[in-house]
Structures are given as C-alpha cells and as structure tokens.
Design a protein. Structure first.
Length: 359
C-alpha cells in the first residue's frame, strides 16, 4: 500500500513519515507549498510540482491555518480515491476556533461560554456584563500567540480598540481558572492515545509549550476521554489534539488542533505517538482497500436481518452529506439503484445502518 503525508515538513511530520515507513510499502513526503489544485471543466486536478499527483491508498494531509483553503481543496478532491483521516471540512472548522466552538455546541460538548459580537460596540456591550478576567482570542491563533486576558472592562475595551484598528477578528471567552494548567489530549480514531498536563511558567496564563509551559503525563477519567473523542468527531478529524481546561464546572474544551506537535507529548508521556498514528493509518487504509467489499455489504444486510441472494451488491465509500437534517446520497447511488421520483420505498434503519428498498 502506498501512502503520502502532505505537510509543511515539521519535525513531527518527519517522525510520522519514518514510523509510516514501518507499515506502508512506500511513503512519500509531499510539501504542501508545492501543491496546486485546479477546479473546473468537470474534473479536479491536484498537481504536485506541476504534475498530476500520484495515486495513493492513504493521504494524511496537515498544515497550518494559513493553508486551510488549500488543504480543504486537496482533501475534497482526493477524498473518494483514498483513505484520509481528516475530512475536508475539518480543515476550515479545526483551524478556526469559532467554527470549532459551533461544532462543539452542536454536539453539546462542554466549553467555556464564548461570545461573538457583530462589532466592537456590540462586543463592549457584552464586556459590560461579563465576569473578569475575560479571555480574548484570535479565531485562527496558535501556540498561545492569539490569546489575551483582560482583568477589567477598561483593559478589555482598549484591547478591542487595538484589535479593531488592526482589523483583527476576535472572540470573547469566559476565563476558566486552572492556575495556568491545561490538558493536551491526543485522539486517534475513537481512542485517547496520550494525554499531558501543561503548566504555564510563573506569571503566564497560557500553558502552551511554545509559551514556556511544561508538560507531564496525565491520566484522564472516562468522562474527559469521551469529551476528547467526541470533540475529534465533531470537527471531522480521526487524528487530532484536543485542549481541555479542568475548571470548577468540569472539563471544558477550548481547542482542537489538526497538526499537533509531537515532541512535547512524546517527551512528557514516553508514548510513541507517531507510531500510533502510523499504525492507525495503516489499519484504516487496509480496511478501506480490502478487495472483497461485497462481503462487508452482505454482512450489513445480514446484521439487519435482511437475507439477500443478490450477488451484485455494490459498496460505495463516501462521507455523509447531511443538509437541513436530510441525508443527501451521491448520484451514483441512484444510477445503480434506479429509484424513480416519489416511488414507494421501505426504509429499514438501525443505529449506524440504513437500508432502502423498493416496495
Ligand atoms: N478560556 C480560557 N480560560 C483560561 N485560560 C485559557 C482560556 N483559553 C485559553 N487559555 C489558555 O491559553 C492557552 C492557549 O489557548 P488556546 O485556545 O488553546 O489557543 P492556541 O491555539 O493558541 O493554543 C491555553 O492552553 C490555556 O492555557
Ligand atoms: Mg491550544
């Protein structure tokens, strides 16, 4: 099986590539900056160094928020051709704290109260009502660099004026008292594989390692593990880091990170996170490329109590498109099923399974 890691070439990406080589036949390191996507003319072209990108069984794409549109375009174009651990839309959601909080809200995942206003005047009205300190954040900040704390209305208000003059979007967030400690959790699939507690240096509220924070291994309870795994699901990532604050109200999610640094967590926990990622990618890719897809489709029918003698069942692997609470199926589904408009159908449904049949 052939795999590619598309990244900006960080140390963590290099580690992951080395570990992936233990499992995959070939692993290509692809520089995100040398990719271009051409849309139009009925087909999408993903070019690497000016030529059509090779075909892979697995593509693990990551990069910083600056490349979110490119990452979404690449993965959106390749999604049906190979296994990818991060859904295209995750790149816009995960790289924007406001969109992440909207996803968390949708899944009822606990988070600090977060305020959005239409203007600085609107924001000041919010700031008149909140408790202090308050947190102000750039939606796309990383490494603690876009996070500020204000102890009073007057300092928050002057920070907002500065942000306005810089045309910098911001969100306001309830300050969670943790004595400068946050929890960094690595989620792979539906499991937490490593977690560390990060403690900010004296006089600093941000616990990021880049802001001088020190990490130590940390054991999560079942509830916090579930919150972290649900967070990854809510943004559409099978591999990500989740930052959690443990305040008096319990664990609260502040961020998901699609391209987490691995040095800090590996040093703190002694867990080879890069290997865990590589192994997971391999197993998921293997599952996806299994030759006999029909066997699995037939098993789904049997699980539903439906016996079928049909040998031509075709399996389509895609990501679910839900619009206004309605499932939209790819065109190819009806090209095969040949249902007609308003036809009477039976829908048999169980948790995680749907079967539709003409009456
Ligand atoms: N609402 C908050 N209350 C208290 N501390 C916070 C809050 N939000 C962030 N922090 C602190 O700032 C750090 C960086 O915030 P985070 O939202 O994870 O942004 P970044 O993407 O820059 O890491 C956190 O690790 C935490 O220590
Ligand atoms: Mg963070």
């Amino acid at each position: 099986m052939r795999a590619a890691l598309i990244s900006l070439g960080s140390k963590s990406s290099q580690w992951t590539i080395e570990e992936m080589k233990k499992y995959f036949q070939t692993v290509d390191s692809i520089n995100l900056k040398e990719i271009e996507v051409n849309l139009g003319g009925g087909e999408v072209k993903v070019l690497y160094q000016g030529k059509a990108m090779s075909k892979y069984d697995c593509v693990y794409a990551k990069g910083s928020f600056r490349y979110a549109p490119l990452l979404q375009s690449i993965t959106g174009s390749l999604f049906h051709t190979c296994y990818m651990p991060i859904k295209p839309e995750a790149f816009t959601i995960g790289h924007d704290k406001l969109l992440t909080h909207l996803a968390l809200q949708h899944y009822k995942i606990p988070m600090p109260t977060t305020y959005v206003a239409s203007s600085v005047e609107g924001a000041k009205k919010v700031l008149e009502k909140v408790n202090y300190p308050i947190t102000l954040k750039f939606p796309q900040g990383t490494q603690g660099k876009g996070v500020m704390f204000a102890d009073s209305f007057s300092s928050a208000s002057s920070m907002l004026d500065a942000l306005e003059s810089l045309r910098q979007p911001f969100l306001m967030q309830e300050y969670v008292e943790t004595s400068g400690v946050d929890i960094r959790v690595i989620v792979i699939g539906d499991k937490v594989v490593a977690a560390m507690k990060r403690k900010a240096v004296v006089g600093e509220k941000r616990a990021n390692i880049h802001a001088g924070g020190k990490g130590e291994s940390y054991l999560l309870d079942a509830n916090t593990k579930k919150i972290a795994v649900d967070t990854a699901k809510s943004i559409g990532a099978e591999i990500c880091a989740v930052d959690i604050l443990e305040g008096v109200k319990g664990p609260q999610v502040i961020e998901a990170n699609l391209s987490p640094g691995l040095q800090g967590i590996t040093a703190a926990t002694g867990i080879n996170v890069a290997d865990k990622i590589a192994k997971y990618l391999y197993e998921r890719t293997k599952k996806r490329t299994e030759k006999d897809k029909n066997t699995e489709a037939t098993k789904i029918f049997e699980d539903l109590g439906i016996t079928t003698t049909e040998k031509n069942v075709q399996q389509i692997i895609t990501n679910l498109d839900i619009r206004s609470n309605k499932i939209v199926l790819p065109k190819v589904v009806n090209d095969i099923a040949k249902f007609n408009e308003k036809e009477d159908i039976v829908i048999k449904v169980n948790k995680g399974k749907i079967f539709i049949e003409k009456m």
